[in-house]
Structures are given as C-alpha cells and as structure tokens.
Write a protein that binds this ligand. Structure first.
Ligand code: 4AD
Ligand code: MG
Length: 466
C-alpha cells in the first residue's frame, strides 16, 4: 500500500479510523491531562496536530522522546478538529519512534534563526518551514517550466555538461580535468613543455559548460523549437546576492524566430510560470509574504498583469544620462549598463519589468546578430524589480562571414567552433533563444533576497560545503 502523506490526510473527504502518519515532530506541548504535537512530513506547509489523550492510550513512556526533530510514526484516528484553522487532527493510539533527536544539540529550533546561520546547516535547513516551502515551490516552478514548453510544442533536449568550447566567449569556465595537478612533474607535456591535454581522458582540454546554447542551436535548426534545462557553471569571482558558481538555466532556442518573437516568448513564459506558482502554491507563498517579503503578492501581480516595457539601449541611455548624478558609473552611449542603471529603470522609472534590447556590440556576446547600423546587436535582457536581469537572450548571427568577422574582432579562436560555424554553412536560418536563470526566477517568485537561499546546496565563490 502506498504511504499516505499528511497532505493527503488533511485533504481527506471524511474522518479515517486507523490512519497512519509519519514525519518529524515540530513541537510538543503538554497540558495537565493531554499532550499535543505538531507533526510535519514535508508534503505540505501544514502540520498535523496529534492528540495524546489518556482515554486512547498510555503515552507516558514515549512522550519524553517526542521532541522537536524526532522522527516518528503515529497510528490513530483522524477526526474533525475543534481547533480553528485545521480540518482534522489525529488521536494517537500507537507511537513508534524511528529516530530520536537531542533537543539540546539539534540546530533547528522553532525560534527564528538567521539565514546566515541556516546556511551553515544546509543539510538540516530543509526541515524548517521556510526552506521546505522554498523547495516545494522550486519543484513546482521546474514542473511549470516543462509544462509550458511541452504544451507549446518545444522538445526537451539534453546538451553536454562537459564541453570543449566557451559558449559565451567570456573565459569564465571551470576546467574539468582528470590530470593530477598536485604532481606537476608527472603531467604529460608537449615538445614545447606545455601540458599535453591530448592525453586527457576525453582527448582534449575540457570545461564545465557555461551555457547549452551553442548545442541548442544545432538542435533547434533541426527540430524547430527546443529547450534545455540543466546545470551551468561560471568561474566568475562575483560575490553578490545574485551570482552563483553553479546554477540551473532554461534555454529555449527557436528556428525562424527573430528578436521580436524572442521577446514575446520570454514575456509570455515568465508570466505563465509565475501564474502557475501563484495557483499551485498558495500556502507556501503566503509564508513568504508573511515572513520574508510583505509586498510579494503585489510584486507577482506586477509581473503577471503588466505589459513588459520594451526599451532600446539607445533610448535607455537617453533616460539615464540626465540622472547620471545618481550612479557610480556614469552613463553615455557605449557604456555597458550595470545593475544600478537597470534597477533604476525597472524600480524607479517604469516600475515594472523592462526588456532592454539592441545593445552596443562591444558589450555583447560574439553570437548576437549585428544590426544594420553596424553598432548594435539584436540582444535582449529581461529586467525585473529587486533582481535585475533574469533573462539574457538574442537573435543569433546566422551569416557566416559576419559571424567569422565578429569572432576575429573578439579575439576568439574559430577552431573549436568549426561545427557551430557549419550551422551557418548548411541551411542557415534566422533563429533566436534566451536563457532564464532558474535561481533568479526563484528569487523573484519567493521574495528571497539571496541566491544562496533559493537552492538546497549553493555553490558560490569560497563555498562548496555539503
Ligand atoms: O546572460 P547569460 O550569460 O546568457 C547566456 O548564457 C546565453 N547563452 C543564454 C541564451 O541565450 N541561451 O545568462 C542567462 C541568465 C541570466 O539572465 C541570469 O538570469 C542567469 O542566466 N545567470 C546567472 N544566475 C546565477 N548566477 C550567475 N552567475 C549567473 N549568470 C547568469
Ligand atoms: Mg546576460
């Protein structure tokens, strides 16, 4: 028989004699005649109230072990609860202790503990209401991503995690090696004395991927519309609230889409998955609105109900230049806009999401399509309040000669990209795509302010515990 969760018990259509609940004790309190415990199994935010009454059993021997953190099984009758706010409670008849818990040593206590402290016990923080809620929302958000693309005719593809080319051309890659770097004298060498990566297990120098885009382009120019959803890695030493060394990215790529179509898809996608979470996770969201971000539901409405502003880079500069005194980095045409400028546009000026497009080619990745002005490229970023960029995307350069020239100008060796250039040699078509940072999207929907707290086991500069 499948085990029944507390979520299922609480949704039961009728009382149940002989119900079984398993989980971890949140709290226990004793009155003169009875004891009460809150039991949570992670299936939902709500705990099941357990009643230990003298007329249903003698619990004096087990009660001392029913402490915060203990893992137990309770058998009894699920009855209508007289208490406000919950439909049922469980009248205990039998108790089994799976694993005890020393309340003096258990780091997760009911009293409020800081996010900073909980990061040091990341293996136990999913037992808190807040992190369990975060993880349930994360699972729902991931499901809604797959559902959105599946329902819209996209194929889910898997692109390599170990790669031999830099998909962003930005040089922010982790090397993936089997060579023993602790013994430099034993490393295989070329005639010139350099490390001979042809002796690597995979036959060449390899890295952890920064993006699945380039392989995604190969697949989109065969299947039409694809998306990836996988881990990506950036060896960028950015210690901020929104940068992680390992994060998950969703990357749709579409043949025959131009920049305009790409922006439309990005907006519809963000709205759709935000609505899914609002619809599917009301109780968990309420926790975040109550304890983390009081304006959460208004912020989410701002995403789902407003048309995102479309703003060209050149128009953005015209808006920003007159208020340059606000910024550390002064804006003029050609300056790469920083977080402070983006947040001004989104939070102060438009007060809603902005899609910033057509940026100067110098501030853009090599693969973005050059505009006819010769100065700007068909790239776009979706900027949202509090976080800034959640999506980066573009129409791709599909003209072989233009792409080759852009790579040469950027000092990129074309050799490892021979196959990417082939896509422009054989049946090249206009195509576009974007990448949504899943953790940043999680920050958006939960109101959580730090990327370290929207994933179970964060990887950030200086930190790889667990
Ligand atoms: O703007 P980025 O670097 O774009 C790409 O990687 C493209 N190849 C995507 C594509 O067109 N297929 O990254 C895309 C998104 C960013 O907008 C941001 O949300 C997230 O990925 N991101 C990060 N999230 C957390 N930590 C980091 N260090 C991130 N770097 C990028
Ligand atoms: Mg970007």
């Amino acid at each position: 028989m499948a085990l029944i969760t507390i979520k299922q018990l609480l949704a039961s259509a009728a009382p149940v004699n002989g119900a079984v609940a398993r989980g971890w004790i949140k709290t226990r309190r004793d009155s003169k005649v009875m004891s009460f415990a809150e039991l949570n199994d992670g299936s939902c935010r709500e705990s099941l109230q357990i009643i230990f009454a003298p007329d249903t059993g003698d619990f004096s021997a087990v009660l001392p072990q029913l402490v915060t953190g203990a893992a137990v099984e309770i058998k009894g009758d699920l009855v209508a609860s007289p208490a406000a706010g919950q439909k049922y409670e469980l009248q205990a008849k039998e108790v089994k202790i799976y694993g005890g818990c020393d309340p003096e040593k258990f780091p997760i206590q009911k009293k409020k503990t800081s996010d900073e402290f909980l990061r040091t016990v990341a293996h136990l923080r999913p037992r808190t209401n807040k992190y369990a809620a975060m993880l349930r929302i994360r699972a729902e958000l991931a499901y809604s991503v797959h559902k959105y693309f599946h329902d819209n005719g996209f194929f889910y593809v898997h692109t390599p995690i170990i790669t031999s080319s830099d998909g962003e051309g930005a040089g922010e890659m982790f090397t993936a090696t089997t060579l023993d770097l602790s013994k430099p004298e034993a490393l295989p060498r070329t005639d010139k004395g350099e490390v001979d990566f042809s002796k690597e297990l995979l036959g060449k120098k390899t890295y952890l991927t920064v993006t699945g885009q380039l392989e995604g382009e190969s697949l989109a120019t065969a299947l039409g519309k694809i998306y990836t959803f996988g881990p990506t890695f950036r060896a960028e030493n950015s210690n901020t609230y929104r940068h992680a060394s390992e994060f998950w990215m969703i990357e749709p790529e579409m043949a025959f889409y131009e920049l305009e179509d790409d922006m439309e898809l990005a907006e519809d996608f963000i709205k759709s998955i935000t609505k899914s979470v609002i619809e599917k996770c009301p109780s968990d969201l309420e926790l975040f609105a109550k304890f983390v971000e009081p304006a959460l539901m208004d912020n989410l409405k701002n995403i789902t109900e407003n048309k995102f502003e479309r703003l060209s880079y050149t128009d953005a500069v015209k808006l920003l230049e007159p208020v340059n005194e606000r910024f550390d980095v002064k804006v003029s045409w050609g300056v790469d806009l920083a977080s402070e400028h983006e947040r001004f546009l989104v939070e102060q000026y438009f007060k809603k999401p902005v899609i910033l497009y057509n940026k100067p080619k110098e501030a853009a990745a090599f693969y973005m399509k050059l505009n006819d002005d010769g100065k700007t490229v068909r790239g776009m970023d979706v900027l949202v309040p509090r976080i800034g960029e959640v999506i980066g995307g573009s129409e791709r350069e599909n003209r072989l000669e233009v792409l080759e020239k852009k790579m040469a100008d950027a000092g990129i060796d074309p050799l490892p990209y021979w196959w990417y250039l082939d896509l422009r040699r054989f049946g090249s078509v206009p195509h576009s795509g974007f990448g949504l940072g899943f953790e940043r999207m999680m920050m958006l929907v939960t109101g959580i302010a730090n990327i370290r707290d929207v994933t179970a086991f964060p990887r950030v500069p200086g930190y790889a515990e667990f």
